[in-house]
Design a protein around this ligand. Structure first.
Ligand code: AHR
Length: 511
């Protein structure tokens, strides 16, 4: 009943490794005490925690978005450079805390160098000016004998940092954002910021701020920016916005389908505005997580369970399926809060979702190939995203449960396969990988993987994440949800796998 038929000869698209990226923001203990803790026994000379840097390297972090998030909309990058003794203390109005600016652009670049991540900087389009943005680009990327480039050299960085990715503001549509604005104002501002950034560095790759729940915003903004930007971003936090019911397992297992809908909607806007279905313009899901930061127990390891890992893996499957248009994604965040690892003065805990990133970055290939999945399915009510509402900050309207703008009273019902699978190849290594998520909460299933035109296999392994209970988690005392390796059974050229209930596996074949 559970079968995956893979056609490794039908290539669908190239998978950009940046979909396994992360996000890091000056907030709570993500940076301070998380990544950067000069007083920690494991800190290196630059103040970075070696255990955290090693964890980032181990998941082969391709890209890191910085410095926010909401924080960036009142962040002045010049506060965070130069001698650390002289750096200004500022009040951070986004997270209501004092920011002492000990970590700034230079320290972030050291983090990127130490981990091998590509930096992705987001500009302050709230209280920042076009000039600030240009100066930041000059500081990072210029080789000239000019003020900001020389300042970088004086600070000990002779060579330019070479920052390619630049974000044009964070969630600029939002009432909670410093300097939030409407689509037409945003488009005008972003055009000028973009122009200025490109004056400072013609090779800058620009990411516009999209709005995950409002196609009208995306269409208006892209109408103005389509010849300027390379990509447009959206964000997704499933629980933060109250659109998913934490206690409804089946609905949680539909989160990836919801993310797929968001991508489809943005894709349609791009195609409509650019008239190009081959997508030179890409999508960046540059913040995402099953949990936002407003939940109780957000820092509590027992909250990050196998169930969370399953949602994380199925979102990665969705991103892989959309590889022709999604070029980057940034899990929000890497350390502490709702992140992949928890770090305190005692050490680090690798949460279940950490192993998902490790599984995918180590074992999935870089080309999506065709596959067909036969599976039992479940039915669920798709959630309603609060931010879909025309007046999405109007609680009363949200309570009524209707989509005010479209007039649809109830959310859609969907049939979703228990088996969520994507297949990839890596041509250089001659490998085929099949990701298999068994979303069934109770049933272990026997799954057959049939490969069209199969060849003799040199090595076959199954890498899996599983634990007996959906709410199993990892703590300093006990790692229950980890990555394990076994061997599959091969009969008549077909592989048979026992997929335990609520498990994530990758079948990897090397030829
Ligand atoms: O929860 C993190 C915050 O969520 C980010 O700062 C912001 O971009 C988003 O709204």
């Amino acid at each position: 009943m559970y079968t995956v038929t893979v056609n490794p000869h039908r290539k669908i698209g190239c998978i950009d490794q940046k979909i396994y990226g992360h996000f890091t923001e000056h907030a709570f203990q993500n940076i301070y005490q998380g990544m950067y803790a000069p007083d920690h026994p494991l800190a290196d000379v630059t103040g970075l925690r070696k255990d955290v840097v090693d964890a980032l390297k181990e998941v082969r972090v391709p890209v890191l978005r910085y410095p926010g998030g909401n924080f960036v909309s009142n962040y002045h990058w010049e506060d965070g450079i130069g001698s650390q003794n002289g750096r200004k203390r500022r009040f951070d109005y986004a997270w209501e805390t004092v920011e002492d600016n000990q970590f700034g652009t230079n320290e972030f670049m050291q983090l990127c160098r130490a981990t091998g991540a590509e930096p992705y900087l987001c500009c302050n389009m709230g209280t920042g000016t076009i000039r600030d943005a240009m100066n930041w680009v000059e500081y990072c990327n210029s080789n000239r004998d000019t003020y900001y480039a020389s300042l970088r050299r004086e600070n000990g960085f002779e060579e330019p940092f070479g920052v390619k990715y630049w974000g044009l503001g964070n969630e600029c549509y939002a009432p909670w954002q410093m300097g939030g604005m409407n689509a037409s104002d945003y488009a005008k501002h972003a055009m000028e910021f973009g122009k200025a950034i490109r004056f400072a560095d013609p090779n800058a790759y620009l990411v516009a701020c999209g709005f995950e729940s409002d196609p009208a915003w995306n269409i208006e903004v892209l109408g103005v920016l389509k010849d300027m930007v390379n990509s447009i971003s959206i964000h997704h936090y499933s629980i933060d916005w109250g659109c998913f019911n934490l206690h409804d397992y089946h609905q949680l297992m539909s989160i990836s389908e919801f993310v797929n809908e968001m991508i489809k909607s943005l894709r349609a806007a791009i195609e409509g505005v650019t008239g190009d279905i081959y997508h030179p313009m890409k999508i960046a899901l540059d913040e995402w997580n099953m949990f936002g930061w407003v939940n109780e127990r957000v820092d509590d390891n027992s909250f990050y369970t196998l169930e969370n890992a399953m949602v994380t893996a199925s979102v990665l499957n969705t991103l892989i399926r959309n590889c022709n248009v999604v070029e980057m994604a940034n899990y929000s965040v890497f350390v502490n809060i709702n992140g992949t690892i928890q770090a305190d003065c005692r050490g680090i805990v690798l949460r279940p979702q950490y192993y998902v990133f490790k599984l995918y970055t180590h074992h999935m290939g870089n080309v999506l190939v065709d596959s067909d999945v036969i599976s039992e399915q479940f039915e669920t009510n798709m959630p309603i995203d609060r931010r879909v509402f025309a007046d999405y900050f109007n609680e009363a309207a949200v309570e009524k449960g209707g989509r005010l703008r479209s007039g649809v009273e109830k959310s859609a019902r969907r049939s979703i396969k228990y088996l969520d699978s994507v297949s990839t190849i890596d041509e250089t290594r001659d490998e085929l990988s099949v990701a298999l998520i068994n979303k069934h909460p109770e049933k272990n299933v026997e799954c057959t993987v049939d490969i069209i035109g199969s060849r003799e296999v040199k090595n076959a392994q199954v890498h899996s994440i599983w634990s007996a209970k959906l709410n199993d988690c990892n703590t300093a005392e006990k790692q229950s949800v980890i990555l394990e390796t076994s061997e599959p059974i091969c009969r008549n050229g077909k592989f048979t796998l026992e997929l335990p209930r609520h498990s994530i596996s990758v079948l990897k074949l090397t030829y």
